[in-house]
Design a protein around this ligand. Structure first.
Ligand code: 2HG
Ligand code: ZN
Length: 472
């Protein structure tokens, strides 16, 4: 048994340490399924002091730490491939009392989004972040990835709904980033750096989350479209309607076909190359009664299926089942890009013809958050035999694909992050000088390079040798 494990065992309660091979495998992996897992131990601390001990021991033994939440990421950000220690936040799952004066809620990092939603269900308030993976996704992971989801068009990303973060840095120090106050112009804002840092800067322990009022009622619409141009026309019409748009999504006919194969319980849809799907908050400022029949009076809505909340799942199922349906068809290579919304039509035209050439023999699916300019391009390999060759093929096409994204002024990672999978693309779209800044920032929080090695970029932080360490 190695010395590091022996010292962990001597300094921490037995229930914190898990070396069961099944745990190593499942905690070492996220939903990406592309990397070969190699984890040394899963640690499930219950107190901040235990986290501090783990970080100090990692430094002493030159081991590295993968901070770990619900592992629902799609870019390999929580994967262990180099024998790291996995620091699971599963046991940090307490919630504070609702602060209705500040409209905030204190919440530990291991609380799942679903638990948070349940906690608020009997109140008029919400944390307005919603994702299909809410049953597993944890608050710490949602903050670390600055998660997006279906309602970014109205509420923005996670970062808009975080007041304060408590974290432990690379020197085992507890840092409170901002505190439970709304106004704080006192120097640099480190909270914003930690949000979206994918666990490379430290271990997030708890946060004060900001809340807002829940819509009392929504109206949902699904509309077939002959082209991306028609989808964008629907977006403009839906935005101009005197109700607040909450979500505006789109998907191709191929996505619907895959969903119908996976979910034979769903009805087929009127055939069309594209579909758009959106919802409006119908609780405030309504000039008329929101019955679906009256909505249909608007001529542009004639071809739409309109439903109220009680039947919303019937039309949202086509969109929300896509990821799962595709995963049953073979290994999936994910791309998550964003371009300015007004460039989407030209971008998608170019993208479709590129994909038809580049991915012959594979299946290509386009869907995503049209209102945010965010397109998910999923390449599926129906031949399950050669994942390495498939990944290599996709990676060989990426320079051209992402050059196209860069030409439109786009991002190589709209909401899934960089993780292990999009490091080269980051260099292309953010440029080497900004990636260099990221490395410098990491050194401030994590001078010994302990946290999430190899994620976002290859860090050059050195773990001190045992000799140097004993001098500090
Ligand atoms: C979604 O929008 C998620 O459904 C997953 O971001 C997207 O599977 C994907 O590529
Ligand atoms: Zn998405």
């Amino acid at each position: 048994v190695d010395a590091a494990l022996l010292e962990l065992q001597s300094r921490l309660p037995a229930e914190v340490i898990d070396v069961d091979p099944h745990s190593l495998q499942s905690y070492g992996q996220d939903w990406t399924r592309f990397s070969k897992v190699n984890a040394s131990v899963v640690l499930k601390p219950q107190t901040i002091e235990q986290i501090q001990t783990i970080i100090a021991l990692a430094k002493r033994h030159q081991c590295r730490i993968v901070p770990s939440g619900g592992r629902t990421g799609l870019a390999g950000g929580a994967v262990a491939t180099q024998g790291e220690w996995i620091l699971s936040m599963d046991r940090f799952c307490r919630m504070g009392t609702l602060n209705t004066a500040a409209l905030s809620l204190e919440c530990e990092a291991g609380v799942t989004l679903e638990k948070l939603q349940e906690h608020l269900s009997s109140t008029p308030w919400q944390w307005p972040v919603d994702l299909a993976s809410k049953g597993s996704a944890q608050i710490g992971g949602l903050l670390s990835t600055n998660a997006g989801g279906l309602k970014v068009i109205r509420y923005g990303h996670v970062r808009r709904w975080v007041q304060s973060i408590t974290m432990v840095d690379g020197e085992s120090r507890v840092q409170v980033l901002n505190g439970p106050i709304d106004k704080n112009n006192s120097g640099y804002n480190f909270r914003e750096l930690v949000i979206g840092a994918e666990g490379t800067l430290g271990v997030l322990v708890a946060a004060h989350l900001k809340l807002c009022r829940k819509p009392q009622r929504r109206v949902h619409a699904l509309r077939p479209a002959q082209s991306v141009k028609h989808c964008l026309e629907s977006l403009i019409a839906a935005r101009s309607f005197p109700l607040e748009l909450e979500a505006f999504e789109f998907f191709s006919q191929d996505c619907v076909n895959a969903v119908l194969k996976h979910r034979p319980d769903l009805k087929s849809l009127p055939p069309a190359p594209w579909y758009c799907l959106w919802s409006w908050d119908a609780s405030v400022g309504m000039p008329w009664d929101l019955s679906p029949d009256e909505f249909k009076a608007g001529s542009w809505l004639e071809s739409a299926i309109l439903v109220e909340d009680s039947s919303a799942h019937e039309i949202w199922a086509y969109r929300e089942s896509i990821t799962e349906a595709l995963s049953t068809r073979g290994l999936v290579y994910k791309n998550d890009v964003a371009v300015p919304v007004d460039k989407l039509e030209d971008f998608l035209k170019e993208l479709q013809s590129f994909c038809a050439r580049a991915y012959q023999g594979f299946e290509v699916y386009f869907f995503g958050h049209l209102g945010d300019g965010n397109v998910h391009i999923n390449i599926v390999n129906p031949n399950r035999d050669s994942p390495e060759a498939f990944r290599a093929h996709c990676e060989s096409t990426n320079p051209s694909l992402y050059a196209c994204v860069a030409n439109y002024g786009g991002s190589c990672a709209a909401e899934h992050g960089i993780g292990l999978l999009k490091k080269k693309e980051l260099l292309l779209t953010r440029g080497p000088s900004q990636v260099e800044w990221m490395k410098q920032v990491k050194k401030v929080f994590d001078p010994h390079g302990l946290f999430n090695p190899g994620k976002i970029f290859e860090a050059d932080c050195q773990i001190p040798t045992a000799q140097e360490d004993s001098n500090t």
